[in-house]
Design a protein around this ligand. Structure first.
Ligand code: HEM
Ligand code: HEM
Length: 183
């Protein structure tokens, strides 16, 4: 028997999407309010929160990629020109890549500072770079720069979602909303 294609993202895909978005927002607020990091800075207070939330984002995005690679997504609106559909697909891939690269680079930088890294403040994680490593130290700049690129892509992504909803008036945003099952 032929079944109708599912026209909304599955509930787990939507939960993972909005959890990532929420945690990323908190992560940028933490990054911009935590004290400046210097050679003898200790990973406490807001800095410890930045490391903890960042590791949670990394885990969440890995789970999300696993889910995405094993489950189908709803078909794209056919009314959209091919080039725009390709742009959306590449933007999503770039978002996933940066959501993995930015925390990994931050982790390597933290390790080069000799900071212990853990998951949920309880599961110790191995260092990604030796303490005092000049390369690991230089990764601090890369971490900050890639975080800006990630932010720019998110801004583009959110603008596209709003453009779909308010100008093109299609179902692109609706199928990612928490209540989309009822629509
Ligand atoms: C998606 C996740 C993450 C985002 C968006 C992010 C974003 C940022 C941003 C914007 C800064 C610069 C703050 C400033 O200008 O003062 C920063 C600094 C930093 N972050 Fe992250 N971060 C993430 C994950 C992580 C993780 C997982 C770790 C380590 C486990 C980490 C460790 C650091 C460190 C050590 C610095 C200071 C770098 C330096 O100044 O040399 N971050 N982060
Ligand atoms: C803030 C951080 C955000 C990140 C990192 C993010 C990331 C992503 C990614 C990677 C996808 C692709 C899902 C897939 O695998 O197919 C996606 C889809 C989507 N996102 Fe976001 N998103 C964010 C925020 C938002 C916001 C604020 C909105 C709405 C205003 C939004 C609306 C959508 C929509 C409508 C889709 C489905 C697009 C489509 O099917 O073509 N996202 N998002």
């Amino acid at each position: 028997m032929r079944t109708e294609p599912n026209l909304v993202y599955s509930a787990p895909a939507r939960v993972l999407h909005w959890l990532t978005a929420g945690l990323l927002l908190i992560q940028f607020v933490l990054a911009w309010t935590m004290p400046d990091v210097h050679r003898d800075t200790k990973p406490v207070g807001l800095i410890a929160w930045h490391l903890g939330v960042g590791m949670a984002i990394l885990l969440l995005v890995l789970v999300r990629c696993l889910w995405r690679s094993t489950h189908a997504v709803p078909p794209e609106p056919v009314t959209l020109p091919l080039a725009l559909r390709a742009l959306a697909r590449y933007t999503h891939r770039a978002l996933y890549a940066l959501l993995i690269a930015v925390p990994l680079i931050g982790w390597a930088n933290a390790s080069s500072r000799g900071w212990p890294i853990s998951l949920f403040a309880s599961i110790p994680m191995p260092p990604l770079s030796p303490t005092g490593s000049p390369t690991g130290h230089a990764l601090g700049d890369w971490h900050r720069n890639f975080a800006w690129v990630l932010l720019a892509l998110v801004a583009m992504h959110v603008s596209a979602a709003l453009f779909h909803h308010f100008i093109l008036r299609d179902r692109t945003l609706i199928r990612m909303l928490p209540s989309s099952d009822k629509r």
